[in-house]
Design a protein around this ligand. Structure first.
Ligand SMILES: Nc1ncnc2c1ncn2[C@@H]1O[C@H](COP(=O)(O)OP(=O)(O)O)[C@@H](O)[C@H]1O
Ligand SMILES: [Mg+2]
Length: 245
């Protein structure tokens, strides 16, 4: 079914200690092919939402369905690609080359090859990058490799948590283009969490804006023209229209 719901969340509440709610009363539906930006200030609950969606933090209330199946019985995790919010400092400890890291996840014939994943992520000198050690990459290069890793099994749902951290503006723009191509060409549904409102590509982009108990679900264009933004973000901010799309 083309327009099938991929992520359904109803009245979700999440908590780490069982007493303080980090998310409360959150509901939304994301359908196949959509690219939705999860926007909100630091501490607003974006990463927590992703932890719930990948099954690592059980909801304290509400229902979550993935590909139409209740989270509790969902087992098809290969259909989901996840980029955790990277703590840059923890990565250089992995003593491997880019090629070795990617090859370790490219396990079936239908997966992307390491070279294909790197090409998709905009690397020109793919053979050269394959041989580089992870420790030798810049923050932006490493981030693109990690996104390539999340993509390698051609996931139907891609969850990217702060993928633009460490990227310069051209890097961010090309990442947004890659996301749009993935949704169109590979039928990928994408949720991309960011605290930076300036990475939202066009004014018609759907944003799910979250700050604990305050939510907004609609286009970024409407959000910036509403009172809701101040309530959620706690400050006035201006949308930068990158003029593409
Ligand atoms: N492992 C954890 N244990 C307890 N509290 C946490 C944990 N992770 C996040 N929190 C708290 O949950 C809230 C939301 O955090 P998070 O989901 O990381 O927000 P965001 O990703 O939007 O910055 C914050 O108040 C944060 O301190
Ligand atoms: Mg986060």
């Amino acid at each position: 079914m083309n327009n099938a719901p991929i992520v359904e969340v109803e009245d979700l509440a999440a908590s780490y200690d069982g007493t303080t709610y980090v998310l409360y009363g959150l509901s939304f539906v994301i359908r196949r092919n959509e690219v939705v930006y999860v926007l909100g200030p630091n501490g607003g609950g974006k990463s927590t939402l992703f932890k719930v969606l990948i099954g690592s933090l059980p909801p304290v209330r509400g229902t979550v369905r993935l590909f139409g199946k209740p989270l509790k019985t969902f087992k098809d995790w290969r259909r989901i690609g996840y980029l955790p919010q990277v703590v840059r400092e923890s990565i250089p400890e992995i003593p491997a080359s880019v090629g070795e890291l990617l090859a370790s996840s490219s396990s079936s014939a239908s997966d992307l090859s390491p070279e294909e994943a790197l090409e998709l992520m905009g690397f020109d000198d793919v053979d050269g990058v394959m041989k580089r050690r992870l420790t030798d990459l810049s923050g932006g290069q490493l981030q693109r490799v990690m996104i390539g890793l999340a993509l390698i099994n051609k996931p139907e749902l891609l969850l990217l948590d702060e993928p633009t951290v460490h990227m310069d503006t051209p890097g961010m723009m090309s990442l947004m283009d890659v996301m749009r191509r993935l949704s169109l060409e590979m039928d990928t549904t994408i949720m991309l969490a960011t605290h930076e409102i300036s990475v939202i590509p066009t004014s018609t982009t759907r944003v799910l804006c979250i700050n604990r108990y305050h939510y907004y679900d609609g286009t970024i264009g409407e959000l910036v023209n509403s009172e809701t933004l101040c309530k959620i973000y706690g400050f006035h901010t201006k949308l930068i229209d990158h003029g593409h799309g």
